[in-house]
Each structure stands twice: as structure tokens, then as C-alpha cells.
Design a protein around this ligand. Structure first.
Ligand code: BGC
Length: 470
């Protein structure tokens, strides 16, 4: 690859990182607790549209990921990272989902869900370069069949942060992982294989989970593998992940023209109350720069100039993960999951903005709330209130014309939060001191069940939780 094109890609990806700094700097005027109105109550008091129904066929699901759930992965770069003791807690059996998947699928069915996001783990499927493990392949067939047998649509992520450790040792030498062109080539091959193997059973695909988070944690902050703090490595990695997505998109479509393929950036949202937040507010982070590269924005904005509509788009829908919105003083909380600044209106704002920008249907691929172990959150938020308020905001965007395909709550059960068991995200809890890792139901599960089974936000839940934190 020529130096000039490498340089221009570097500048493009590096812009994403600068965007993070710009966004944080731009938050200065928005400090303080703008979430609360004068009364101390949440500002959202009502949601337009009296009928709280969701469209029929709306996908109600949970999001999960192989490495965080399965247990027993020995062959990914994350397994190596853990063996090198770069984590707070050893992973142990994780949730033992590899063995207990039927029980977990039953839990999802009990919630009335009709969708389930899972990842197939490349490191288990191809533990050594070129050797496919038939038992692992069979396992995923059983899980996908098990979902279908329960009337649940599988949404498959091809790569959720973990990848085969052999990718870190490229045949061509040099830096491996996402810094290597070889990884893009291998990913294309893996995606084509997955399309062939699972394509007849799977319609909804996500190629790479949160490439922007993988870039920041792995190549800037150095807290996840490969543990680098190097802007050049970051820029290369962001570029290779975008290329890998494009290759995966092509491979999945070559097999099935109707496949629905996306990628799900983490949305770094800034709290904003400007009436015309839409195209004006700065959101120029590596989340939008990645999407802009894959599906040039249809609406000219300050950040994205007008583009010809004939340009190829590599997204069938826009998937995104929304957890929190930052005010200036919140920056220190990014690393403390149970202090993430919860801001339900952000889901409305982001949905509006993404649709205005890309004019594609949306999927909430992740949204969830962490507690520290099982302690109540200091800010008072409960999972019950979190769910109702976020879903009310999502529906508000839908009543204003934003097409949303579905909502995947992170997550079905407590699981391994990339190095730590302290953050708890589960609709079902798992106590790590319980050697049998029994799943127990939380209040969040009951609320989500009521919404999913009725395909609407029941009045009783709105009365109880709307505009409240608990
Ligand atoms: C990731 C998940 C993670 C969740 C909560 C997302 O960044 O995709 O793997 O567990 O957020 O932190």
C-alpha cells in the first residue's frame, strides 16, 4: 500500500480520536446535572403518542457475546491476555453458557423475547490457522436451531472483540491483529465460511462489535489487548476494521443477497438540549466517522459534506450501542461502569440523529445498566426504571418517524465484563460465590417481560417509572 494512501487513512482514523478530545472539550458548557429539572424529577414527563404499542415484528431481544458468556475459550487473544494476568479477575467458567445454553435460551423465552444477539467465536471455530473444529461448528448449529425452535430470531455477531490468537502472529510478519492487512484477508475468508455454514439459518448479521471501542481500549488506552498506546497503531487498526467490515459485508451478500448486515459502534453521546440538536451538534467521534466511511451520510452536515447518492454503502441497517451521555464532569466516570451517567433522552437524540444522517433503519444492538456487584447505584437508577425510560424515548423517536427494527438489552445474565466480574448487567443475576452459577431473576426481567410479551409499554409501568429513576 502506498505511503500516501496509508497517510490519508491515518489522518482519517486519527480524526476520530481527535474528535473524542474535541467532544470532551466541547462539553464545558454543559456541566452540572442537566438531566434533572427544577423539581429534581427527570425532564421527560410524557411521551407523545398515547398508544404505547410497538410495530408488529419489532425485535425484542438481549445481546450476549461468546467470550463473556461461554467459558473455556483457550485460543483467543483474550485468553492469552488473561493468561498473562492482565485482568482484574480470572474468567473461570464465565457463565458456563457453553454448557448451559439451553437453560439460558429458556430464560430468554420466558421473557417473551423474539430475538437474541449472540456471537460465534472464530477462535473456537478455527483454533489453529486452517483447522476448523467440527464440534464447535456443531455447537453453534445447535444454539441457532435452539433459538429458532423457541421462536427466537438469531442476530449473529461474527467477531465480538475476541479473535483467534494466531492472528497476532501473521505469516507475513510485522504487527498482527488489526494492524495487519492479513487480518482483513482472513476475516473475509471467515465471513464467507460463516455465510456458507450458517447463512441458510441466519438473516441478521453484525460483522464487528464496537470497532471504535476496540480501537480506543486496545490501541490508545492500552487496557485491552493488544495493550498498545500508539496513535499510529490505532489509526491502522481503525482502518483495517473498516476494511474487514466491508469484506464481511461483501462475503455475506455474495451468499445471500437478502442478508441484513451492519456493524455496531459504541455511541459516545454528549448531553445536549439545543432544540435543533439534529444535524448541528458535534458528534464527530470515531463512532460517526466509521459509519460515514461505510455509508456516506445522505444529509450534508457540518461534519459530513454532501456525497453522491450513487456511492456504495456497506450497511443494510444502522446498529448502535447506547449506554450513557457525557457532561464535562462525567469524563472520569467512563471507566466506572456503575457511575455511567444515565440519560434516557440520549436514546431519542441519537436515534433521530442517526436516521437523519443515514436514512437507514436502526437497531439498538446494546443498551443496559451496570451496578457495582449487586449494590444499588448511588444515583438511584434501577434496571426497571432504566428500561421503561429508555424504551419510552426510543418509542418517542419512532412516533416521529424513525424506523427502529428492534432493541437488544445488554444483557441476559451477569457476565464477564472484559477482565472483571464487578459490573453487573444482567436481567438475571449470577452470584460468583455460587459454585453452581445459578441464575436468579431480577426486577428488570419482570419489567422487560411485560414489555416484550405485550409489544408495548404498559400504562402501569409508565405510571410507575416514567420520569423516575427507581
Ligand atoms: C460491549 C460489551 C460490554 C458492554 C458493557 C459493550 O461495550 O459490546 O461486550 O459488555 O458494552 O460494557
Amino acid at each position: 500500500m502506498g505511503i500516501r494512501s496509508e497517510l490519508s487513512r491515518f489522518l482519517g482514523a486519527f480524526g476520530g480520536m481527535l474528535g473524542l478530545l474535541a467532544l470532551l472539550a466541547g462539553c464545558g458548557g454543559l456541566g452540572g446535572n442537566s438531566l434533572l429539572g427544577d423539581s429534581g424529577k427527570l425532564r421527560i414527563q410524557s411521551v407523545p403518542g398515547s398508544d404505547q404499542a410497538f410495530p408488529s415484528g419489532f425485535l425484542w431481544g438481549v445481546a450476549t457475546a461468546g467470550y463473556q458468556y461461554d467459558g473455556g475459550d483457550q485460543t483467543s487473544q483474550w485468553a492469552e491476555w488473561e493468561r498473562a494476568r492482565r485482568v482484574e479477575h480470572p474468567i473461570g467458567k464465565a457463565t458456563d453458557h457453553w454448557n448451559r445454553w439451553q437453560e439460558d435460551l429458556d430464560l430468554a423465552q420466558d421473557l417473551g423475547l423474539n430475538a437474541f444477539r449472540l456471537s460465534i467465536e472464530w477462535a473456537r471455530i478455527e483454533p489453529e490457522r486452517g483447522r476448523i473444529d467440527p464440534a464447535a461448528v456443531q455447537h453453534y448449529h445447535q444454539v441457532i436451531d435452539g433459538l429458532r425452535a423457541r421462536g427466537i430470531e438469531p442476530l449473529v455477531t461474527l467477531l465480538h472483540f475476541a479473535y483467534p490468537a494466531w492472528l497476532d502472529r501473521p505469516l507475513t510478519g510485522g504487527d498482527g491483529g488489526w494492524e495487519s492487512d492479513e487480518t482483513v484477508v482472513e476475516f473475509r475468508r471467515y465471513a464467507a465460511w460463516a455465510a456458507q455454514e450458517f447463512g441458510p439459518k441466519v438473516r441478521w448479521w453484525i460483522t464487528l462489535n464496537e470497532p471504535n471501542t476496540a480501537g480506543l481500549t486496545g490501541y490508545v488506552a492500552g487496557v485491552h489487548p493488544p495493550g498498545k498506546r500508539n496513535p499510529f497503531a490505532y489509526a491502522k487498526a481503525m482502518d483495517r476494521m473498516a476494511l474487514a467490515h466491508q469484506a464481511g459485508f461483501e462475503a455475506l451478500h455474495a451468499h445471500d443477497a437478502d442478508a441484513q448486515v451492519s456493524i455496531n459502534p459504541f455511541i459516545f453521546h454528549r448531553r445536549q438540549h439545543a432544540p435543533n440538536y439534529g444535524t448541528q451538534a458535534s458528534h464527530d467521534l470515531n463512532d460517526f466517522s466509521l459509519l460515514d466511511r461505510l455509508a456516506p451520510a445522505t444529509v450534508p452536515t457540518r461534519e459530513a459534506p454532501p456525497t453522491a447518492q450513487t456511492e456504495k454503502r456497506y450497511l443494510d441497517y444502522v446498529a448502535f450501542d447506547y449506554y450513557y451521555a457525557l457532561g464535562f464532569w462525567d469524563v472520569s466516570k467512563i471507566g466506572t461502569f456503575w457511575e455511567w451517567p444515565i440519560y434516557p433522552e440520549g436514546l431519542y437524540e441519537v436515534s433521530k440523529k442517526l436516521y437523519e444522517r443515514y436514512r437507514l433503519p436502526l437497531l439498538v444492538a446494546e443498551n443496559g445498566l451496570a451496578t457495582e456487584s449487586d449494590n444499588p447505584r448511588k444515583d438511584g437508577w434501577t434496571r426497571e426504571a432504566f428500561l421503561v425510560n429508555h424504551l419510552a424515548q426510543l418509542r418517542r423517536a419512532m412516533t416521529e418517524g424513525v424506523p427502529v427494527l428492534g432493541y437488544m438489552h445488554w444483557s441476559l445474565t451477569d457476565n464477564y465484563e472484559w477482565g472483571s466480574y464487578t459490573p453487573k448487567f444482567g436481567l438475571y443475576g449470577i452470584d460468583r460465590r455460587d459454585s453452581e452459577l445459578r441464575r436468579f431473576r431480577t426486577g428488570g426481567a419482570e419489567v422487560y417481560r411485560q414489555v416484550a410479551t405485550n409489544n408495548r409499554l404498559p400504562e402501569s409501568l409508565l405510571e410507575r417509572y416514567l420520569g423516575k429513576r427507581n
